[in-house]
Design a protein around this ligand. Structure first.
Ligand SMILES: Nc1ncnc2c1ncn2[C@@H]1O[C@H](COP(=O)(O)OP(=O)(O)OP(=O)(O)O)[C@@H](O)[C@H]1O
Ligand SMILES: [Mg+2]
Length: 226
C-alpha cells in the first residue's frame, strides 16, 4: 500500500546570522491514505515546519518527501504548485481569509487562480459552503462571521479543488473549546468522506479523538511519548 504522505530522513535547517536551527532532524514517518492524524508536541518542536514541508510550501534541506508515492524532491516550482493546488488543502490557525471578500468569494478564490469561469466558481463554492454548514452565510464577510464560521470558510476554500489531503496547523487554536469541537466534527465527517487529515493541536483531548497521534520533540518523532 502506498502512503498518502511519506517522509524519509527529512531535515530542515534554518540559518539565522551565524546560528543554525535544526527545526527538523532526520525525521521519517508515513501517513496512510484516509487516516486521521494529530501532530502534537511542545512549542518550537517543529510542527509547523513539518506541515509546511508536507504541504509543499517549503522544501527540506535534506531527505525526501513523497506525496501519493511521488517523490517531490526533484520537482520544479510548477510541479510543486500543481501538488499544492490539486492534492493538498491547507488550513491555518488564523484563517487567512481576505477581509473584503464574502464567504462565497473567499471559498472560490483557488478556482479563480485555476482559471475557472464565474458560474462554475460560484456553484462549486456554494456547494462547498453548504457542505461545511454555511449555506446561510455565503454573503457574509469574515468580519461578519464567528471564529468557527471563519474556520469553516477556510476549510471550504482548502477543499474547493477536492484535494485528497487536508492539512491544518492548529485549526482550533484561535477557537473556544466548543467551537473547536465543531471544527473537529467537521474533520471527522470529511475523513469519513475519504479525505486524509493531518492536523496540529496542543489539545490532548482533541488529539485523542484521532486514529493516530504523532508526537514531535526537537524535530523528531518522540518515541518516548504517546
Ligand atoms: N523562518 C524561520 N527562520 C528561522 N528559524 C525558524 C523559522 N521558522 C521556525 N524556526 C525555528 O524552528 C523551530 C521549529 O519551529 P516551528 O514553527 O516548526 O515550531 P512549532 O512546533 O510549530 O511551534 P508552535 O507550537 O509554537 O507553533 C523553532 O525553534 C523556530 O524558532
Ligand atoms: Mg507552529
Amino acid at each position: 500500500m502506498i502512503a498518502a504522505i511519506e517522509l524519509a530522513g527529512v531535515s530542515r535547517l534554518y540559518f539565522v546570522g551565524d546560528t543554525t536551527v535544526k527545526a527538523l532532524d532526520d525525521l521519517s514517518l508515513a501517513i496512510e491514505e484516509h487516516s486521521f492524524t494529530a501532530i502534537t508536541g511542545p512549542s518550537g518542536s517543529g510542527k509547523s515546519t513539518l506541515m509546511a514541508l508536507i504541504g509543499c510550501l517549503d522544501v527540506p534541506t535534506s531527505g525526501k518527501i513523497y506525496i501519493d508515492g511521488e517523490d517531490t524532491s526533484g520537482m520544479s516550482e510548477e510541479e510543486l504548485a500543481y501538488i499544492r493546488n490539486r492534492k493538498i488543502g491547507f488550513v491555518f490557525q488564523h484563517f487567512s481569509l481576505l477581509p473584503r471578500l464574502n464567504a462565497l468569494d473567499n471559498t472560490a478564490l483557488p478556482l479563480l487562480y485555476a482559471g475557472a469561469g464565474q458560474k462554475e466558481r460560484r456553484e462549486r463554492a456554494a456547494a462547498m459552503l453548504e457542505r461545511v454548514g454555511l449555506k446561510d452565510r455565503m454573503r457574509h464577510r469574515p468580519s461578519e462571521l464567528s471564529g468557527g464560521q471563519k474556520q469553516r470558510v477556510a476549510i471550504a476554500r482548502a477543499l474547493i479543488n477536492n484535494p485528497s489531503i487536508l492539512l491544518a496547523d492548529e485549526p482550533t487554536g484561535a477557537l473556544d473549546s466548543a467551537t473547536g469541537h465543531e471544527v473537529m466534527e467537521l474533520f471527522h465527517s470529511l475523513n469519513e468522506d475519504g479525505h486524509t487529515i493531518v492536523f496540529v493541536t496542543h489539545d490532548q483531548h482533541l488529539a485523542s479523538e484521532c486514529s493516530r497521534i504523532i508526537p514531535i520533540r526537537d524535530g523528531r518523532v518522540d518515541l518516548d511519548a504517546g
